[in-house]
Structure formats: structure tokens, C-alpha cells
Design a protein around this ligand. Sequence first.
Ligand SMILES: Cc1ncc(COP(=O)(O)O)c(C=O)c1O
Ligand SMILES: [Zn+2]
Length: 412
Amino acid sequence: MSHVLGLRCTACGAETGAEGMTYVCGACGGNLEVAYDHARIRKALTRESLARDADHSVWRYWDLYPLHDRSRIMPLRIGWTPLYRADRVARGLGLREVLLKDDGRNPSASFKDRASAVAVAKGLELGCDKLCGASTGNAASSTACLCASIGMSPIIFVPASAPKAKIAQLLIFGATVFTVRGSYDDAFDLCLKATAEYGWYNRNTGYNPYTREGKKSVSFEVCEQLGWEVPDLVFVPVGDGNIISGVWKGFRDLLAVGLIDRLPRLVAVQSELSSAVVDAVRGDGRIRPVRATTVADSISVDLPRDGLMAVRAVRESGGMAVKVSDAEILDAIPFIARGAGVFAEPAGAASVAGLRRLVADGALRGDERIVCLVTGNGLKDVDSAMKIAGRTIAVEPAIENLKAAVSKLGMG
Ligand SMILES: Cc1ncc(COP(=O)(O)O)c(C=O)c1O
Ligand SMILES: [Zn+2]
């Protein structure tokens, strides 16, 4: 008997085994979710067993993953990223407590390493030898990075407009990179066709059922880092909606195995130029595609591939969905960089932009314990950062010139 019961369709509830390379529901095409024997896991995974575990990475929660073979995991340190108390940020917003989970500190500098860790390990367990994935950039660079660490080279599809740093990562890690002349959604669909044509194992977000299983690790870490206390609100940047659905699954898993005794409220944050999930939460719950154009490339998605579960995560948690402008997203970058020393790419700072917006709207009490996920490092997209970074001061290499410039600044 395994701790994994099987795969269950998130749309129609049909159940299927987790043995083969199954991606979506055979009955209705809906996304699949891994079902666990929580009663069994509860016996093995306790606060005490975790306190004794010296492995500070996503793998410390091994019993809660759909994996059986520990020899398949990558040698890189994934997860267990810092959770910083951002007191000046909190004070500036009139809030009691704001914590930033800095996932830009992962091996490929984004949250996506959590997903790739489990999805790639699962692919290897299932016997795949070639692996492909489509991405706005981070899922791909993460896949390339983790694969490189075990001597594999994936086949990647990204929109041609992906930021240069992400493409550089892909090439440097040795991936075969197709830059698709079209949107992320076009790259996604082409990658699905490639899987149908060549049988390559597909890691696409919101299609491969195991990415969500990796993403949920952030919730485990947040609770453990808070001494098994549960935050009141968790702000999550949303594109396909797979991170937020993973975050929700993580908290539900912890509740099911008795490691926590309540659940937080989740806040989905999107750009108003890519807002299919927020629109659905506020509307009838159905996802309708948009024409996404936001500067936050990682959350620029026409049709969120895990939209249904994202909407469910917000609604079940009694949370909120908030849209912010691109200007607010860019402005959040220096806000947390200067307020807490954390440099985020636009999508990574979007959680904090959403927090600022809710504060401005008077939607928060102020005494909540708030976690914002910072999902990607600022060096991933320097061009966007430079739009808001301010100016350098050019100076001739002579003290007279410096003195004139310093006095003009009123600094001496
Ligand atoms: C930095 C960053 N933030 C947020 C997201 C959104 O995640 P999801 O598409 O699962 O909603 C992504 C996805 O690429 C990302 O790279
Ligand atoms: Zn189904």
C-alpha cells in the first residue's frame, strides 16, 4: 500500500491510478489532483519528526509528495527559503505584521523550482527520458536548471518576448530552446502538440498534475517557520493559478495530517492587464480568456490553465481577489527592495502591490499576520526594474566635479 491513493479529477471527480503518464481526466479533460492517505502520513510526519530532520529543503516533507524513489531527487537545495519579518514595510502600511517569503532565493531564482523538483522527479520515476515544457520563462529556466543538475537537457517552448535573463538561463543550462513567435498560450499549446507527436514527458503548469504537488511545499515551510502557527492572510501572484492552488493544497494537507488546526485566507493578485482569475472570482466563477499584456511577464496569461482550482482556493479559503495596475506592480519593486532588502521581478512584487491596494481600499483590519509570496528574483528582469529604479549620477573622475554634484543633491 502506498501513501498515494491515486489521481482525482478536479472538475468531475473521476478517479484514476497514479502509475502511468496521465495528465488530465480521461472522462472530461479536467485537471487532476493527487489524493493521499492522510491517516497513514499522519503517523510518519509529525512536528517531532520534522524537528529532528536536518534536511532543510522541500524534501523534508517527503511523505506528502507523490514520489517513491528518493534516489531521483536533484542535488540542488530547493526551498526552505527565508521568511523575513518586514517590519518597516508593515509600519509604513499601518499593519501589525508583514512577512516576505523570498522565493527568489531558489536555485534558478524563482518559486518554480518547487514545482520542477517534484514534476521532474516524478517524470524520472515514470521512466521518461525526454522532458519538455512551455513557460513564460521561470518554469522553463527552473526545469533547465534542475535537469542540468542531473545531466538532462529539456526541450523548452517560451514566447519570443521572454526577458533576456530567463532565455540566458535556459541556454546556459543547456536546454533546447524554441522561442515561439506568439504568446505564452501559443507556446503552451505547441508544447502539448509536441508531447502528442513525440511522447516527451510534459511539465506544463496546470497540465502536469505534479507541479501543484511541488508548489504546496511553500505552505509547509511558512507554517513550520512560524512555529506551526498559521498566518491570517497569504498574498499570491497569479498567472495560471497553479501556485495559489498549490498553496491551498499545502495548507489543506497540513490540516489533514494534523500539523495545523486552521486554514489561512488566500488573496489572489493579478495585473488588471491579465486578470482572468480575479474576474472569475468576482463573477460567476467561470474562467474566460483575456488578452494579457502586463509588464509582469510571469503572470501574463490569456487562459489560466489551473484557473478553476485558483478560483476554488480563493473562495474556499474565504479570501479575496485583487487587481493592480502595472504602475502599482512596478512601484512595489523598490518599495520592498528599500523596505526589506528583497529585490523582486515584477510578478514577484505583485503580491505586495496587492497588499498595498487592499490597505488603500480599507479592506484589512490591520492586526492580521500577513505573508506575501515574493516569487521571483529582480535580476530576472532588469529592464522592468530600470523603469522604476531612479537615475544614476554621472560624474567626471575629479573631486571638484563630485563636490558640485554632492552640493546639488544637498548632501554636503
Ligand atoms: C515569478 C512568478 N510569480 C508568479 C507566477 C504565477 O504562477 P502561476 O502561473 O502558477 O499562477 C509565476 C509563473 O510563472 C512566476 O514565475
Ligand atoms: Zn473529469
